[in-house]
Design a protein around this ligand. Structure first.
Ligand SMILES: Nc1ncnc2c1ncn2[C@@H]1O[C@H](COP(=O)(O)OP(=O)(O)O)[C@@H](O)[C@H]1O
Ligand SMILES: C=C(OP(=O)(O)O)C(=O)O
Ligand SMILES: [K+]
Ligand SMILES: [Mg+2]
Length: 584
């Protein structure tokens, strides 16, 4: 037998990697003369030479005799900016690791919609301090100049304070919505009142009880007797007459009309979907997408996705427009069509948002929870990050404490192990954005800890998703590493990843310990910040794992984020290797 293991020997306070032949110098893991500490410290399995001659590989990280997949070195600009002697992490993560240890870090990521309540530099910083991982801007509202200033402020925060807050731009989509109420913050519709919904371009001030509608076909498409729902039913009207471009409606369920609120109309108990003829990405959306690419946003979320085709189309557009930057595409599941084509949409996208606001206006409300569960589960199986969005803490727009029901809803999304939770109005225009974020944070921490301690997480069947042999190796390594991490109760998983793929494969396993993801570029670091359990660091590293680990240990130890004796499993996507070790 000429199998060989890449073995770590503890020849010094540090360690060196020595290749030893399996047959000659193999040290059995359970040799009683061999202290378990050493075994823990020293299992390295790397792949290159094991596979070709092996009939019974032990712990294999193999490339099947093929060349190790080409390691794509960072572009010179990125490499130059990744100072080799430093590690980039924000002060909040650092303090969390120092004070509470690895285990208690939050695994569920938090997305905040930025609006008038949170667009100031101090407010944005308060959200970053409070745990915001992704800032979302909604192109439904505000001007491009406004959005640009928010992007600049977030970027400055990242540069000056070491945060990795990613930016998600959410497109408006071809939805039908009301105008902006001539500048009013809201308007009250009372029972029995007659309101006019019109497609005429009216200058403000609007006549009393008149609402603009953005969709030119509106007056043609609705019929007398249809039910008109504002924001999925927050206010309801019945269509009583049509006069040219004006549609007169009687209010049947009173409530508050908010600027640009979404409109749907229903006939004989079913949603009318004339607008399914509308394009998913409108001409305004394309301009916004150009804006997002030019501004270098990290994610573009597409509203009212119907099929995978539009996602593929957008992804090739992005690739053609921005050769070196990498904008990820998030598909929002908020229509009946998107539920029908769920799997192909998830496959095509880089991530998914369960957009419960509009979804709840398109399917019966009582079907939303099961749809959410199904989407979250499928996303994890297909290894795509998933965000649960809308109304998680809706009452906190006005009140400083959530309802019990809202806390239960947040808990359920955390229990389902969604990658991220999102605030909408709570952070965009609510009175208590920081408190709402604090509720998401504390509920996430509590539920994660509770389920970990009780070992209540059901094992999820994770199908093989690799499309090449090399991907299969990465997948097997990550599945094994996560399992080992749980069984050995290690303190952390370390992953050295260039494009982030190995990090996401580890995250997919939802291990008990946190995952420190080291990557060379700031853009990958920001993108990883959406994924469950990943603590992304920027670090310059090479394909020499020994020196990577030495460097990481000393940098993290110097800053008090790890300590001697901590047990770590490290994997890397350059070598496709896996190592178990105690921090020297
Ligand atoms: N950029 C913005 N400017 C002004 N108001 C905003 C902005 N972004 C969000 N909002 C407010 O926050 C509310 C909730 O945000 P969101 O859920 O993203 O939008 P929507 O309600 O249109 O789906 C919006 O209805 C709007 O009132
Ligand atoms: C997140 C959603 O989309 P938007 O806020 O853009 O309507 C939703 O509908 O839940
Ligand atoms: K939107
Ligand atoms: Mg929506």
């Amino acid at each position: 037998m000429s199998q060989s293991l890449n073995f770590l020997t503890s020849s010094s306070p540090n360690f060196t990697i020595a290749k030893q032949s399996y047959s000659k110098n193999y040290v059995p893991a359970f040799n009683p003369q061999f202290p378990i500490e050493f075994v823990r410290k020293s299992i390295v399995v790397s792949c290159s030479d094991l596979y070709s001659s092996s009939s019974s590989p032990v712990l294999v990280s193999s490339n099947g005799g093929a060349a190790v997949p080409e390691y794509k070195w960072p572009t010179p600009a990125a490499a130059a900016s990744a100072d080799s002697s430093s590690i980039e992490v924000d002060a909040v993560t650092e303090a969390e690791l120092k004070e509470n240890g690895f285990r208690s870090t939050r695994r569920t990521k938090l997305v905040c919609t930025i609006g008038p309540s949170t667009c100031g530099p101090e407010q944005l910083e308060a959200l970053a301090v409070g745990g915001m991982n992704v800032a979302r801007i909604n192109m439904c509202h505000g001007t491009r100049e406004w959005h640009r200033s928010v992007i600049e402020r977030v970027r400055r925060l990242n540069e000056e304070k070491g945060y990795a807050v990613a930016i998600m731009m959410d497109t408006e989509g071809s939805e039908i919505h009301m105008g902006d109420l001539g500048g009013a913050a809201s308007a009250k519709a009372e029972d029995g009142e007659i309101w006019t919904f019109t497609v005429r371009a009216l200058d403000s001030p609007l006549p009393d009880r008149t609402i603009n509608v953005n969709y030119d076909g509106f007056a043609e498409d609705v019929k007398v007797g249809d039910e008109l729902l504002v924001d999925g039913g927050m206010v309801r009207f019945e269509v009583i007459e049509k006069i040219g471009p004006d549609v007169n409606c009687r209010c049947t369920d009173p409530g508050l009309l908010l600027p640009r609120a979404n409109l749907t109309f229903w006939r004989d108990g079913s949603l009318v979907r004339e607008r399914s003829m509308l394009p998913t990405i409108s001409s305004k959306d394309w301009l916004d997408i150009d804006f997002g690419i030019a501004e270098g946003v990290d994610f573009i979320a597409i509203s009212f996705v119907k099929s995978a085709e539009v996602i593929n189309h957008l992804k090739s557009y992005i690739q053609a427009r921005s050769r070196d930057s990498d904008v990820a595409v998030i598909a929002k599941i908020e229509s009946i069509e998107s539920l029908k084509n769920l799997e192909e949409i998830i496959q095509a996208s880089d991530g998914i948002m369960v957009a419960r606001g509009d979804l709840g206006a398109q399917i019966p409300l009582e079907q939303v929870p099961s749809a959410q569960q199904k989407i979250v589960q499928l996303c994890r199986q297909l290894n795509k990050p998933v965000i649960v969005a809308s109304q998680l803490l809706e009452s906190m727009i006005e009140y400083p404490t959530p309802t019990r029901a809202e806390v239960a809803d947040v808990s359920e999304a955390v229990r389902q192990r969604a990658d991220a939770l999102m605030l909408s109005g709570e952070s965009a225009m609510g009175q208590f954005p920081e408190k709402a974020l604090a509720v998401l944070r504390s509920v996430s921490l509590r539920i994660e800890k509770w389920w970990r301690e009780e070992k209540r997480h059901e094992a999820m069947e994770l199908p093989d998703i690799a499309s090449s042999f090399s991907d299969s190796i990465s997948e097997e390594i990550c599945n094994s590493a996560a399992k080992m991490a749980n069984n050995l109760e290690v303190d952390a998983l370390f992953v050295y990843t260039t494009a982030g793929h190995m990090a996401s494969l580890l995250s997919r396993c939802r291990p008990d310990c946190p995952i420190f993801a080291f990557t060379t570029t700031t853009s990958v670091r920001r993108r990883l910040n959406l994924q469950w359990g990943l603590i992304p660091f920027r670090l310059g590293f090479s394909d020499d794992m020994e020196s990577n680990l030495n460097k990481t240990f000393s940098l993290l130890k110097a800053r008090g984020m790890i300590k001697s004796g901590d047990l770590v499993i490290a994997v890397s996507d350059m070598l496709q290797s896996i190592q178990v070790m105690t921090v020297p």
